[in-house]
Design a protein around this ligand. Structure first.
Ligand code: NDP
Length: 483
């Protein structure tokens, strides 16, 4: 069993009071590691180290920091398989997914921001008699708080631009998935990133996370997590005038028009619903289908979902592993029970059974991908974020109705539209209140584009220029011409 430590000022250390928490493998209930149960004074130590290190780090040139990002990417790439294994063990996600998505994207985040940094040019605004030069500096120390669903993928998405812009970091991963943040800390230590530039403090949200939010030296908070936690983050950090980026929950609609190519729309909708057991903020957890093709689409969808292989996360052929924990499994199951009381019908799934070898006993948090029909679109199951392998199917009779249903939740993160008529799809996309809409695809990402939600799905955008803007402070220097 691993004994993970905090990483503070270039050293791996226990929590000041020695307390620990267990890290549990959701596929069998076994304890795989312990982590420090840190408190405010551990955050204090990390913030002080970061504050001290930031000045020198910010004084390095952009070019030097770009080289660091490439060095980090190279070093992480060497650990691609170790990252995938750790992520699969911690989250219960299939190893193939952890390799293809989590490990690859974690490396790519550093490579992307290195390349993007190289493209930056000084921003100037010429006047008749003067020139304005816009200088960008790091904010100072930033707090990065991340969830359990895509642990290193989401942490590195913040670490890379934060480092690039000259910030020092205090990071807190979810206590459910600490392993790959530890791999990142080990990697940064091995390549001798200056001490204190990256600090990692493990522990619970209300203890460590809250202390990060409240710490006076931490000038910006980039938070990804649930909407309810986002409210606490905003309520704590806003009166302290911290810069805030909030990437929160979603209840995204997959809209299938009557002219959609079902050979693409059916697997596309299934992938959008069930990737990572539905535990991606972008997952299409509501399918809205034109009533003219509803029967044909739904029976093809059920067939597609029933062909997905549920199995042990460590097996290459597994497509659906576990959800994050037994506790979360119970929450998801409670929504399936609720669906029945709300008038829904389970079209497939709804059980813990696996189609793969069930040798992990009853302690594995396995839940079959579940498709529910017959629910009113305003029911709780169709409007609240379940964040598990559950999708509800609804019908519409006009594009206006599709828009109305798609927009009838508190969330506005993402969505997808499936149609052969690209112009129609593009026009419909503009009527959906979300930060991201895909037409005839899902989770197809260009890292230069803005990423984030509207309504209760978040505040601010990440990606490309938006990340650089968040992680920097600008100063305009206006210089009069000499004559
Ligand atoms: P949570 O909101 O429960 O937790 C997110 C992080 O916040 C964790 O590190 C958590 O720590 C920490 N935290 C909890 N309480 C506090 C607090 N009082 N102060 C500071 N930090 C705190 O989310 P989950 O981990 O359950 O992740 C799932 C959620 O994340 C879903 O709603 C999903 O939609 C959303 N998400 C959004 C994304 C986006 O880009 N919009 C992407 C991915 C996920 P701890 O784990 O110890 O509780």
């Amino acid at each position: 069993m691993l004994e993970l430590k905090n990483y503070v000022n270039g050293e791996f250390v226990s929590a000041h009071d020695g307390q620990t928490l267990d890290d549990i493998n959701p596929a069998n209930g076994e304890v795989i590691a312990t982590i420090p149960r840190s408190k405010a004074n551990d955050v204090e130590r990390a913030a002080r180290a970061a504050e001290h290190a930031q000045k020198d780090w910010n004084a390095t040139s952009l070019e030097q920091r770009i080289v660091w990002l490439d060095t980090i990417a190279d070093a992480l790439e060497q650990k691609h398989e170790a990252i995938a294994q750790a992520e699969s063990l911690d989250t219960g996600k299939p190893i193939s997914l952890a390799r293809r998505v989590d490990a690859s994207r974690s490396v790519e985040n550093f490579r992307f921001f290195a390349a993007f940094g190289r493209e930056q040019t000084e921003m100037t605004f010429k006047m008749e008699d003067a020139t304005n030069f816009v200088h960008r500096n790091g904010l100072g120390v930033v707090g990065l708080i991340t969830p359990w669903n895509l642990p290193l993928y989401l942490l590195s998405w913040k670490v890379a631009p934060a480092l690039l812009m000259g910030n020092a970091i205090v990071a807190k991963p979810s206590e459910l998935t600490p392993m790959t943040a530890n791999i990142l800390a080990e990697t940064l230590d091995e390549i001798n990133l200056p001490k204190g530039v990256f600090n990692l403090v493990h522990g619970l949200g209300p203890e460590v996370g809250q202390a990060i939010l409240e710490h006076p030296s931490i000038k910006g908070i980039s938070f990804t997590g649930g909407t309810a936690t986002g409210r606490i983050v905003a309520a704590t950090a806003a009166p302290l005038f911290k810069k805030l980026s909030l990437e929160l929950g979603g209840k995204n609609a997959t809209i299938v028009l009557d002219d959609a190519d079902l050979d693409k729309a059916v697997p596309g909708a299934a992938r959008a619903a069930f990737t990572n057991s539905g535990q991606v903020c972008l997952c299409g957890s509501r399918i809205l289908v034109d009533s003219k093709i509803a029967e044909q689409f739904t029976s093809a969808l059920v067939k597609e979902v029933e062909s997905m292989r549920i199995g042990r996360p460590d097996e290459d052929a597994t497509q659906i592993g576990t959800v994050i924990s037994m506790e979360h499994l119970l929450k998801v199951e409670s929504y399936i029970d609720l669906a029945l009381t709300e008038g829904g019908t389970i079209l497939t799934g709804g059980t813990r059974s696996m189609t793969g070898p069930l040798d992990h006993g009853e302690n594995g948090a396995y839940l079959a991908p579940t498709v529910i029909g017959g629910l009113p679109h305003w029911s709780r199951c169709a409007t609240e974020e379940i964040f598990g392998p559950v999708v509800t199917v609804h019908t519409f009779d006009s594009l206006a109705e599709a828009t109305e249903i798609a927009n009838a939740t508190e969330y506005g993160l993402a969505g997808s539209i499936w149609t052969k008529d690209i112009e129609k799809g593009h026009a419909l996309a503009k009527t959906i209140d979300t930060g991201i809409v895909w037409v005839n695809t899902w989770l197809h990402r260009d890292l230069r584009t803005p990423f984030g939600g509207v309504k209760n799905s978040g505040v601010g955008r990440e990606g490309g220029q938006w990340s650089l803007g968040f992680f920097s402070e600008t100063t305009n220097v206006c210089v009069m011409d000499s004559n």
